[in-house]
Design a protein around this ligand. Structure first.
Ligand SMILES: *[C@@H]1O[C@H](CO)[C@@H](O)[C@H](O)[C@H]1NC(C)=O
Ligand SMILES: *[C@@H]1O[C@H](CO)[C@@H](O)[C@H](O)[C@H]1NC(C)=O
Ligand SMILES: *[C@@H]1O[C@H](CO)[C@@H](O)[C@H](O)[C@H]1NC(C)=O
Ligand SMILES: *[C@@H]1O[C@H](CO)[C@@H](O)[C@H](O)[C@H]1NC(C)=O
Ligand SMILES: *[C@@H]1O[C@H](CO)[C@@H](O)[C@H](O)[C@H]1NC(C)=O
Ligand SMILES: *[C@@H]1O[C@H](CO)[C@@H](O)[C@H](O)[C@H]1NC(C)=O
Ligand SMILES: *[C@@H]1O[C@H](CO)[C@@H](O)[C@H](O)[C@H]1NC(C)=O
Ligand SMILES: *[C@@H]1O[C@H](CO)[C@@H](O)[C@H](O)[C@H]1NC(C)=O
Length: 456
């Protein structure tokens, strides 16, 4: 049983540590013919048109008002790691243009961070710039928090001017802004570099133009605690929206660079649920066989007390022997093999000792010492600790305290916090007559091991 648990832990560990690197980046040039559009999610009117992304539809001859669109990076981005509490330092850079030929441009575009996954809805049209839902009613209680850097080309009631860059935190009304000439009918391209330092919590926005020296360069920054504002997994991307027919423009993105100190969890390679399920099913099957096997010994040793039990024993015996799997031993053979069921030879005890030992290390804050020596410290501490704590959680002596498979998986995927386990392994309490204690403790251990695996 020890090796079985070792094996399962090792497998889970491998699944969790497939990716080692501690930084993550991409650099897309949308006019490069080799650019693979499938990394993006395009919504609304967003369109990859040859070599640019048009976020909104615009054609001077047609009436394309109230257009909005988004181009989002398809995978979730890890903003902070729930197992270590560490927030990412990131930088992003993109080149864009806001073009218009009508009398008045509008409404603008954003670079946004929203809880993952995020869908474009018609609640974020027009002045909400495709990013801040229900922005026209600022007192709406906001369930989904948002950080946006807005490039705003229309003056709404809440705006300081009809052309500015601003930092928006949970509101379309910027906390800081700079007046900038954004919209043009020339081929001016604007570059914005946005950096976040999780140490100082400062978000810095630079804006300049490579092909128009007259544009100047601008910088603005704000202190934002992104770790408390947003969940650990966010959607990042661009949004754009237009207003009424007279207030329309084209929002175009030419390239996009992003670099973060935190590697996102890759759902497709981080042992998909089905891989983990395979391990769990393997464990349940093995344990079922072992428990059945243990039960036979127990029945044999403590005498068969009724015909009913004899029948049960026979059914179980036949089930086990007619399968190609485990061999059923005679009681005498087992008696010899286990030195008359000596304390340290009991089937379940090595498992429980293991568990007790790990729990004790956990209580002393040294759970990582329980990691397999053969791994030689070559693992990510946060992931290993998570794995071990979830293991203990599943082995909690009080089975009402154990997680169900969803909770365990959420914790393993860092989607929910780890449980607060008591520093010492709780002692299970049983109201049982004294003479039955040895029987009970043995069968309880077996059944608790069984339900450990059933539940996790
Ligand atoms: C993007 O790709 C196009 C086509 O391959 C190339 O002409 C252009 O120089 C590239 N732009 C950048 C910024 O690398
Ligand atoms: C995208 O923008 C270009 C102008 O650069 C325009 O010719 C094209 O029609 C736009 N595409 C869509 C789908 O609006
Ligand atoms: C921005 O422009 C508006 C008018 O367009 C002006 O009222 C405001 O003072 C300007 N803000 C700054 C910081 O210059
Ligand atoms: C903006 O970011 C890009 C990509 O990291 C970099 O090449 C460029 O030098 C940056 N510009 C400024 C002004 O920092
Ligand atoms: C982010 O940068 C700060 C220093 O500016 C550093 O203290 C912190 O460790 C960095 N975070 C990560 C996750 O690298
Ligand atoms: C900022 O503007 C100055 C003067 O216009 C220019 O020399 C400098 O290169 C600009 N910096 C960036 C990052 O564009
Ligand atoms: C990402 O940022 C780190 C730290 O600034 C840097 O060392 C690394 O080269 C960057 N990666 C890319 C692909 O730009
Ligand atoms: C996730 O993993 C798959 C397959 O290993 C790979 O193709 C894809 O690029 C990865 N995505 C990210 C965001 O790393």
């Amino acid at each position: 049983m020890i090796s079985l648990f070792h094996f399962a832990f090792y497998l889970l560990f491998l699944l969790l540590t497939i990716q080692h690197s501690t930084s993550f980046s991409f650099n897309y040039n949308f006019s490069d013919p080799t650019f693979d559009q499938s990394v993006l999610r395009l919504e609304g009117d967003a369109f990859l048109d040859g070599d640019i992304i048009n976020l909104s539809r615009y054609n001077a001859d047609d009436n394309f008002d109230h257009s909005q669109g988004r181009a989002t990076y398809k995978q979730p981005i890890l903003l902070w790691d729930p197992s270590t509490g560490k927030a990412a330092n990131f930088t992003t850079s993109f080149t864009f243009a806001l073009r218009y030929t009508v009398e008045q441009p509008g409404d603008g575009m954003t670079f946004f961070l929203l809880p993952y996954p995020s869908d474009l809805t018609d609640r974020s049209s027009q002045g909400c710039l495709g990013a801040v839902e229900n922005c026209y009613s600022p007192n709406t209680k906001r369930k989904k928090h948002v950080l946006a850097v807005e490039f705003d080309s229309y003056m709404n009631d809440w705006d300081p001017s009809n052309s500015h860059v601003g930092i928006d935190v949970d509101s379309i009304s910027s906390i800081v802004y700079q007046n900038i000439t954004l919209s043009t009918n020339t081929d001016m391209r604007i570059t914005s570099n946005i950096t976040y330092d999780s140490g100082t919590k400062i978000l810095t926005v630079l804006v300049y133009s490579d092909n128009n020296v007259g544009f100047g360069n601008y910088s603005l920054n704000a202190k934002v605690d992104l770790r408390s504002l947003l969940p650990s997994e966010v959607a990042i991307g661009f949004s754009g929206a237009t207003g009424h027919a007279r207030y329309v423009e084209l929002h175009q993105i030419f390239n996009w660079y992003f670099n973060s100190t935190l590697e996102p969890k890759n759902i497709s390679s981080l042992g998909s649920l089905s891989n983990i399920l395979k391990v769990v099913i393997g464990l349940v099957t093995s344990l079922f066989i072992i428990v059945g096997f243990g039960s036979i010994i127990w029945w044999k040793k403590y005498k068969i007390r009724s015909y009913r039990e004899v029948e049960m024993y026979e059914v179980m015996y036949n089930e086990l022997t007619k399968q190609a799997g485990p061999k059923v031993f005679q009681y005498d053979e087992l008696l010899v093999a286990t030195k008359n069921f000596a304390e340290e030879q009991k089937l379940e005890s090595p498992n429980i000792r293991l568990v007790e030992w790990v729990w004790e290390l956990h209580g002393h804050g040294k759970i990582l010492e329980a990691a397999d020596d053969r791994l030689d410290g070559d693992f990510e501490a946060g992931q290993m600790e998570c794995l071990m704590v979830v293991g203990l959680w599943c082995a909690h002596p009080d089975d009402s305290q154990r997680p169900n498979i969803k909770k365990a998986m959420d914790a393993l995927h860092f989607e929910s916090p780890l449980p607060l386990l008591p520093p010492q392994m709780p002692v299970p309490m049983y109201a049982a007559p004294l003479e039955n204690i040895s029987i009970l403790s043995r069968s309880t251990s077996i059944s608790s091991a069984m339900s450990t695996i059933e539940r996790c």
